[in-house]
Design a protein around this ligand. Structure first.
Ligand SMILES: Cc1ncc(COP(=O)(O)O)c(C=O)c1O
Length: 507
């Protein structure tokens, strides 16, 4: 009922916003934000500003006592290529005509991967939260949220700019997104921007959530709200480490209990749940090993939630928090391990499951190495041109070739599969990269027939186009100002550009 009510309010709000042209302006982003309408604070799920927040003094942006002197995210002046001009220029062009290096996305494969992930979450009875950082585009986000299998409205962003661009793209206005999580631990230098983002999300009934993994961050929030003169409760996920040793603490860490106690008892925090990210699961090489990482993720968030329930049971005066807690698990490899069989092993949990992932629509060599996907599901590749050739220069007298995709196109990311990239359907890998040069080496010696030119498919010559799978899609896509989109389900079999997506840049 609550959900239906929200959707109704949301639609009305959206029309009003569009009609009155209240999308972001420079003034709105850089200066104090318009007053959100007051809402009841008794529902912790609404994580709303309290009625106090509508008092005029509550909307001044107060300085934090410890706030470093940093500029705000310059959202209002960030530059992006003109997408319509690119579509006009390139739509219908064959891939062979494109200036290389070029990043190609197959929309049909991308969409199938999104549907497959919705299927996994559905089969687990879990909600799904799409991380948008791998492609950073409005078009990709829409496909992640709405597939042939299901729809979700929850996203994770890894930068303030991504969240701003999601707003600018109209994804809140049209109701596609109603829940945004800023996916790095709450940072002192970004509290002002995060607070402003929350204000911007509020009129659209869009939840804005943050991650915390240190008691100091709770202190930032409290100091911020006290100076702002409001009593909003920030909706937070407590970040839990399941072995990656990046963000978050393990539930057994004594500081974790301190963090939890502080969060659960703070008048400015509403604990939404526990979030872990098994990024180290990319080292899995089979479904059983990915399942083992998945089970570590579940253990981590489940024990954290168990601890929280114990603390709450001993804190009769504590404000309400999300009930049941959300247990957020994921990464592309572990999300692929969320099979119906693995669901059968789950026992009673201290919350409800939410799966998150980001790389899954695109995929890359690191995912291919896990054995959980095949080359036919990789939706992106870099198109490069052979610009020089060096017979017998390589090991054992093998040939080397130079292409125009170097480190700036591919990134210097490595992985268990050797090299910086693998040429699709040819026995060549990208073994060395300088800024704009890429050196391709043979993955095996040519057979006699190949040397004699009887099997030209495996040889390379100057002027050839090659498609290269990169190691890590998120880092490679970030290097390109736009992506050429093809559609392998379309009549031309992905030979021609059908669209262009322009990614968001900056922090
Ligand atoms: C906090 C967080 N959540 C989710 C993801 C998505 O992981 P993946 O790209 O493996 O799906 C990442 C990726 O780094 C992340 O940092």
């Amino acid at each position: 009922m609550l959900a239906a009510g929200r959707a109704g309010r949301h639609r009305r709000q959206s029309h009003r916003s569009v009609a009155s042209g209240t999308r972001y302006t420079i003034r709105e982003w850089m200066q104090p934000h318009p007053a959100p309408s007051p809402r009841m604070q008794s529902d912790p799920q609404l994580d709303s500003p309290s009625p106090l927040a509508s008092e005029s003094q509550a909307h001044a942006t107060p300085p934090m006592p410890l706030q470093p002197q940093q500029t705000r995210t310059p959202y209002h002046i960030s530059g992006r290529a003109d997408e319509q001009a690119l579509v006009d220029e390139f739509k219908g062009k064959p891939l062979t005509a494109l200036r290389t290096p070029a990043l190609i996305i197959d929309r049909a494969i991308f969409a199938r991967n999104c549907a497959m992930m919705h299927e996994r979450a559905k089969s687990w009875g879990a909600s799904f939260r799409a991380h948008v950082k791998s492609h950073k585009t409005a078009e990709g986000t829409r496909l992640q949220l709405s597939s042939s299998v299901d729809t979700t409205h929850a996203i994770v962003v890894s930068t303030i700019m991504e969240a701003c661009e999601v707003l600018r793209a109209g994804l809140l206005v049209d109701g596609m997104v109603n829940d945004i999580l800023y996916g790095l631990p709450l940072a002192l230098n970004k509290v002002a921007d995060l607070s402003a983002l929350w204000d911007q999300c509020f009129p659209f009934n869009c939840h804005f959530r943050v991650l915390v993994d240190h008691p100091e961050q709770i202190r930032f929030v409290e100091a911020w709200e006290q100076q702002r003169g409001s009593k909003r409760r920030w909706s937070v996920f407590i970040k839990v480490d399941c072995g990656l040793k990046r963000a978050g603490m393990q539930p057994t860490d004594p500081v974790f209990e301190e963090l939890l106690t502080k969060a659960l008892n703070s008048p400015f925090i509403c604990v939404y749940g526990f979030y872990t990210h098994g990024g180290h699961s990319y080292s899995a090489t089979s479904l059983p090993s990915a399942t083992a990482f998945l089970s570590k993720e579940i253990d981590a968030v489940n024990s954290a939630a168990g601890l929280a329930l114990q603390i709450l049971a001993n804190s009769p005066g504590a404000l309400p928090h999300e009930n049941p807690f959300v247990l957020a698990i994921g990464s592309t490899p572990t999300a692929h391990a969320a099979t119906p069989e693995a669901r059968g092993f789950l026992s009673a949990l201290n919350g409800r499951l939410e799966i998150h992932a980001g790389n899954y629509p695109l995929l890359d060599l690191q995912m291919l190495h896990t054995g959980l996907v095949d080359a036919g599901s990789v939706a992106q590749r870099v198109l490069a041109t052979i610009i020089s050739y060096y017979p017998a220069r390589g090991e054992d007298g093998t040939d080397e070739a130079m292409c125009d995709a170097g480190a700036i196109a591919m990134s210097k990311e490595t992985g268990p599969i050797e090299g910086y990239g693998m040429v699709v359907d040819k026995p060549w890998r990208l073994s060395r990269v300088s800024q704009e040069h890429g050196i391709l080496t043979q993955t095996r010696s040519f057979t006699r027939e190949e040397r004699e030119g009887k099997d030209p498919g495996t040889r390379l010559k100057i002027g050839d186009n090659v498609s290269i799978f990169c190691q890590h899609a998120c880092l490679t896509l970030a290097n390109f100002p736009w992506y050429y989109v093809v559609d392998s389900d379309g009549p031309d079999g992905a030979k021609n550009v059908c669209s262009v997506w322009v990614p968001w840049k900056g922090w």
